[in-house]
Design a protein around this ligand. Sequence first.
Ligand code: MLT
Length: 256
Amino acid sequence: MHYDHNGEGVPLVFVHGFPLNRKMWKPQLSGLSDIAQIIAPDLRGHGDSEATPGPFSMDLFAQDLDSLLNALDINEQIVLCGLSMGGYISLEFYKLFPERLAGLILTATRAAGDSSEGKAARDDAVKRAKREGVEGIVNGMLPKLLAKNTQMNKPELVSIIQDMMNSISVNTLVADLIAMKERRDSTQILGAIQIPTLIIHGADDQIIPVEEAEAMASAIPGARLKVLPDAGHLVNLEQPVLFNHNVHRFLIEQIK
Ligand code: MLT
């Protein structure tokens, strides 16, 4: 498993979304390592981590994170920040290893499982990926990933994201889609979350509507919700300064 590891202090583990890799956390690696020990892994099959044939599951990804922490000899409690699929994995990690966590940052994600339409869309995406390759999925997804403002004013960022997405293999992409389709619903556990939780969402997220973040914020006791303007699904890349500012405040006020 490949990972970036930078800084000192409370371990802050970043889990990337689909179909991305650890490079999506570049602004956090540089902007937050003065107050935390940043760990940003590539999930299995993604980025530079070894590929396994699948099937994958949110549970398996969460177990991988636990193994990585063991390998790094990190025994103190961590703050776990997951974006989208990374958020699904973070909630699964909470179910499996609650004692490992000092806090949660749920970014551009939802607690609910896939609806029946959502599951059908995953099946269509699997067929499309097998027929057209990774580019078929990337071309369909990219316009929905970013806010209009980002697409118009940050062409360099758009092409970095496009390259990152295109670097995934069809096998990993398909295994991710099936794992997300089959993931467990996490809404029932929200009311029992006893650790500080920050929820960050882009106001213009077209992949996961902001109502999902609002629903999690009202269900998790004491959760703090930040909706960032001019940001779509990749809120940490589209609004890096505001994103880092909110994480920084959360760490100072609720973790340390
Ligand atoms: C992600 O950004 O990780 C995925 O798009 C989430 C999803 O498809 O449910």
